[in-house]
Write a protein of this length. Sequence first.
Length: 135
Amino acid sequence: MPEDGFNVVAILVAAAAGFAVGGIWYAPFMFGPLWSRLSPLEEDQRGGSGTREYTVSVACTIIQALILYLVLVATNSLAPAAALWVALLLWAGFTAAPSLSEAVFSRRSLGVWLVDSTHRLLVALVMALVLSLLA
């Protein structure tokens, strides 16, 4: 644990960068149309994202940035290469593997899993890079 406290600026910038990645990733010019086509959502559930959904998403992104920061500090992995490696390992073990298992058991499209999972990988890597540069 850092003795001088959290680097709140680094955490918030990393969270903002991670949230921006999602906005770009699921945009109409990127993977949004593919995700919509492959998504198990019913037609009446599509496009319903509002204040509640974005509030939860922002909060979760801040928590993700905070936890990644704590792991990077605890493992002394704030150099860019080390931070990216830790983010990759955390994604593989705690995001990709369990979410793939869930997708298979719930019979969700593996295409949706691939779009979502690679988005989460990119978010983790971007956050790790931001944290390593600002912390």
